[in-house]
Design a protein around this ligand. Sequence first.
Ligand SMILES: Nc1ncnc2c1ncn2[C@@H]1O[C@H](COP(=O)(O)OP(=O)(O)OP(=O)(O)O)[C@@H](O)[C@H]1O
Ligand SMILES: [Mg+2]
Length: 492
Amino acid sequence: MRITPARVEAKDWGWRHATRKDFALRGLDFDIRPGEHVLLLGASGAGKSTLMAGLAGVLGGSDEGEQEGSLTIDGVEAGIARGKAGLVLQDPDSQIILERVGDDAAFGCENLAVPRDETWRRVRESLDLVGLKDIDLDRSTRHLSGGQRQRLALAGVLAMQPGLLLLDEPTANLDPEGVREVHDAVRDVLARTGQTMVVVEHHIDVWMDLIDRVIVIGHPDPDSHVGGVIADGKPDEVFGEYGDLLARGGAWVPGRAIPDRAPARVRADRREPALVTEDLGFGRGFPLGEHIDLEFFSGEVTALMGPNGAGKSTLALTLAGLLKPLAGHVRVRADIAEGARGGEPDKWKSRELLGRIGMVFQEPEHQFAAALVRDEVAIGPKSMGADEARAYAIADEMLERMNLSRFAKANPYTLSGGEKRRLSVASMLAGAPRILVMDEPTFGQDFTTWTEMVDLIAKVRDRGSAVVIVTHDEALVKALDARRIMFGFAGE
Ligand SMILES: Nc1ncnc2c1ncn2[C@@H]1O[C@H](COP(=O)(O)OP(=O)(O)OP(=O)(O)O)[C@@H](O)[C@H]1O
Ligand SMILES: [Mg+2]
């Protein structure tokens, strides 16, 4: 499948989201030649997804924001260049729309009114290209692994034969196996189609072998939120020449070691666990794990690791008292449960959970309860009994450390991907509950925000909370000196 590669030009381009007074990006200039493979870098909130959305033509009209300059694909304004760009996002769940694999892959083509026979020919070819050749077109999309779902999303985009392939953190939510699958699929696709490609990714190493140019956007000065191109060139030039600047600006620069974090200040209290599971069976209607006996201790971080689909998120929700066990029990230590009805959190009311067990959901949005960022973070401390002034003082400090202060009065839903993640983590850390369960807290973070988050989690641990983290982030596990629990597949 050869596809005519697109040329992309930004001339003094900028975009201001309607609800913001500052431009997310401004004064952007570059010219991407047909067939180039570009890695787009920038700190969390630098405007990468805004640019990708602009290129994909999904930023919306003047109701949604204000545009400056021009952004074109093959000379056509990106906003009206229908079918020229195809975008794959971070979260497979948000882009898999239809129930059956084949229908889902055909969805984009059908939207472009490609004739039916031609659509199915392309769908089959695209599935083949992303390594899903033998998949049953009638198979349910719900039972695919994370890597398979992202490859399906890629196939759906490919079937539209866009000259410009846009990937916005396509592997952020995947286990190492899924990351490899998606990387290899993209490699094979590019080799066969010759498309122009722009990929956004904080963890640069994944894409290094496929890219021939790096464009860094944003501004090294965090107080000036004016975007622009900071660096642009071949990968080794950019990392060689601007390595220090990028590292200071918060990028994960290839080849640079992660400095060790301070070890735990207090020894975990291993006398009596804060949380135990007794012959626990958990699942979502159908069992994902059975006969599980685990202990979690105060002052210690425990990492639940293993492949996508193994049920780690379901287990996390069960530990946090938000899902009922299918069998057995989850029990909380008496001093933590004191004042609640019994020691089993799944039998508690939500106000009994508040302050005792905090849960950072895999999807930040599932957690947001307030209309303003600052109020969101104040909920935790309030639930722990802090008065207004104290709760907001804690919230403000948390926002400062998480580099979110300037969004204090923004709506949580309008934040960037990484900002939403930080807010959801900040609001749980602010409450410092005795038991804290977090599902992938570090995804989408640049180096600076990652480091800050690690230090804040360590602080809550050292204050004596039992912290349980579902994660694929090896560096996080190491930095928090976490105990590991590995999960395999119970099902297929
Ligand atoms: N829908 C929106 N409404 C208002 N502001 C927005 C919206 N989406 C993003 N922003 C803001 O625009 C800026 C750039 O956001 P963008 O999502 O492009 O960043 P990003 O570089 O992709 O960040 P991340 O690495 O965290 O995903 C941020 O300050 C963000 O808060
Ligand atoms: Mg983004």
